[in-house]
Each structure stands twice: as structure tokens, then as C-alpha cells.
Write a protein that binds this ligand. Structure first.
Ligand code: SF4
Length: 343
């Protein structure tokens, strides 16, 4: 049976008076941890319109770690939340090494033609020995992360890892070997006029048909999604692929891709259009996508969910993915847009 802290009952969460009590407990909790932050929250509540968008984002993210702790105490799930935060932490090297080593070094320093000449299996065997007889993407990332902290002392190891990464990225055999992983991937380029990437085009008697490659065939069963979604590794991959544009006020996924306002009407909002003339207005709920990705990537999943819930209280019922409008308006126009924030 669920027991809430602060002598609250579950039904309190559904009653205004209960929520007022809950809020008072949260403010006390916050005040004990950071009195100045509590004052910022109260000032924002008193006059929300006085808060610039960037300040609102900052306030939410400053509150995030406190809310995470408060919720874990409220629901008596501190151990579980800590274990989940540790899992987020453990996966961290995957995303730093992907960006700093795989994408910035291996992808650019070694050309595909050179990578074709590498013996991926032999490189993998050597690395497996260095990793203490195991090989998986997280082990690779954790070791490379450590080696990069003292490159001079690990020049040979890093050279092996660089060659393996280039092989995994650039060659068909390497891509097959890491098809289900996240580490050895580059953001796929998108061409709006060629979106059916996995379709085979055939023309017979003047009639063009498209047939999906068998590997990509997904049957729809009822109203269920046609794929199983992703796991924590995949979700964090997306949260870290996101460039957290709210910091520059450019989170078009949420606010829409905007044209420059006319000089004589600086408040006017004019949205850009896609090549197919679709208005790129972003998420209709203006969910704070950039902010919740930031919280998630920093190991604060409860706070991330809370940030979603501010704009979409029905998130639990309406789904766990970024909507099509948000995807289309993502700033990554020539590359695959940021996708799923689940689980
Ligand atoms: S989802 Fe796209 S537009 Fe939105 S913050 Fe991330 S990178 Fe920027």
C-alpha cells in the first residue's frame, strides 16, 4: 500500500486542500535547501508574466534537483530514484565518447576508404583483451573516456579504439555489428525529397512502385505503435543528441521555427514553412522539450517528467514521444530530428 510522507494521503493528491498542503511542504523543503531559490519561485508565481522565457527555463532547471529529491521522499522511493540516477550516470560515457571521440575524431580523421582496410574482428579482439575480456559499447566508452583523460599514456589504446570506431561507423560490416547500439552512429542526413529511405523503387511498364525492405517491415496491430520504442540507453541518446536550444532561446521544437519579425511589428510571430509548405509551429502544447531533455540528461527523470507535465498534464495518457509537429520544427533541419524522450 502506497504511503506518502508528510502525513499526506493519496486522496490529498486529488483535492485542492491536499495539494495546498503538499505545496507548503515543498516550499519548506526548498527553503531548507536553498532559501533564495524559494524566493525566486514565489516571485515567479506572483507575477509569471514578468519572467522572461530564459529565466523561466533556468528557474525550472534550478528547481529540478530539489523536486527530484522531494518527490522521492514523498513517495518513499528514495532508493529506487537513487538507483535510477546511478544508471543514468553509468551510461554517461556513451554520450560523451560518442560526441567527442566517435563523431569528432573517428568520423573525420579516418575516411571510409581507409576504414574499409581495417580488420574489425582483429581490432575487436585486441580491445576485448584490454577491456578485461569483455566487449560492449558501454565498456568501450568507459575505457575510452578514462584513456582520454591521459592521452599521452594511452596513445596505443586510443589508436586502436579510433580505428575500431571508424570501422564500426564507416563500413557495412561495422554498421551491421552495431546496428542495435547507439555509440557508433552519426546523425543521419535527411532529404525531404527522399524520405522513403528503406523503400525499394521499381518501375514496370511505366508504373513506379515502392516496396519496403523486408528488415523494415512493421505490421500495425490495432492502435499500438509499430515499434517497441527504446530503452534508457536510447532515450538518453536522444536527450544528449538534443542541443538544449532553450539556452539560446532557439528551441523551435517548442516555440516553432520563426521568421525574423518585421521591423514595424516586432511582436508579430511568423512561422517558417517546410519545403512542403507545412507551417512549422512546433509543439501545440509548447512542451518544454529542451528543458526536460536537459533534466533527463542530468539524471533527473522525475523532474523531467514534471517539466513535461507543466504543459501536458495528460502526458502519461497521451504518449511518450515527441509529437510530429515538434519533430518537424526541430532545429536539426538537415539531420534527423531529436526524437523520443522515453522511458
Ligand atoms: S529538440 Fe531540436 S529544436 Fe528542440 S531543443 Fe532539442 S535540438 Fe533544439
Amino acid at each position: 500500500m502506497l504511503r506518502l510522507a508528510y502525513n499526506l494521503e493519496f486522496a490529498d493528491l486529488y483535492r485542492r486542500e491536499g495539494l495546498v498542503k503538499l505545496d507548503a511542504h515543498f516550499l519548506d523543503f526548498l527553503s531548507a535547501a536553498d532559501a533564495a531559490l524559494k524566493e525566486r519561485l514565489l516571485a515567479a508565481r506572483a507575477d509569471p508574466s514578468a519572467l522572461a522565457q530564459k529565466d523561466e527555463s533556468k528557474l525550472l532547471l534550478d528547481l529540478a534537483p530539489h523536486l527530484e529529491r522531494f518527490l522521492s521522499q514523498l513517495f518513499g522511493i528514495a532508493d529506487e530514484v537513487l538507483a535510477l540516477a546511478r544508471k543514468h550516470d553509468e551510461l554517461g560515457p556513451l554520450y560523451t565518447v560518442k560526441r567527442q571521440f566517435v563523431q569528432r575524431r573517428a568520423a573525420t580523421k579516418i575516411k571510409p576508404a581507409e576504414a574499409e582496410g581495417f580488420d574489425g574482428s582483429a581490432l575487436r579482439r585486441e580491445l576485448t583483451e584490454l577491456f578485461g575480456n569483455r566487449f560492449d559499447e558501454l565498456t568501450f566508452a568507459t575505457h575510452v573516456d578514462a584513456w582520454m583523460k591521459d592521452e599521452a599514456a594511452h596513445a596505443r589504446e586510443l589508436d586502436l579504439a579510433l580505428k575500431y570506431a571508424a570501422w564500426a561507423l564507416h563500413t557495412p560490416a561495422g554498421r551491421r555489428a552495431h546496428h542495435d547500439g547507439v555509440l557508433f552512429k552519426q546523425p543521419a542526413k535527411t532529404d525531404p525529397y527522399n524520405l522513403l529511405l528503406h523503400a525499394r523503387r521499381e518501375t514496370e511498364n511505366g508504373v513506379t512502385t515502392y516496396r519496403i525492405e523486408p528488415d523494415h517491415l512493421r505490421r500495425r496491430e490495432g492502435f499500438k505503435l509499430t515499434d517497441p520504442g527504446t530503452d534508457l540507453t536510447g532515450a538518453l541518446d536522444q536527450a544528449n543528441y538534443c542541443i538544449w536550444c532553450h539556452n539560446q532561446g532557439k528551441d523551435s521544437c517548442s516555440k516553432g521555427l520563426r521568421e525574423k519579425a518585421p521591423a514595424d511589428a516586432p511582436q508579430q510571430i511568423v512561422f517558417k514553412k517546410s519545403v512542403f509548405n507545412v507551417t512549422l509551429a512546433g509543439c501545440p502544447l509548447e512542451e518544454k522539450i529542451s528543458e526536460f531533455h536537459t533534466a533527463k540528461a542530468h539524471g533527473l527523470p522525475l523532474a523531467a517528467l514534471a517539466i513535461i507535465t507543466v504543459d501536458n498534464p495528460m502526458a502519461a495518457a497521451t504518449g511518450h514521444r515527441l509529437g510530429n509537429d515538434a519533430l518537424k520544427a526541430c532545429i536539426n533541419k538537415k539531420k534527423k530530428p531529436v526524437n523520443i524522450p522515453q522511458p
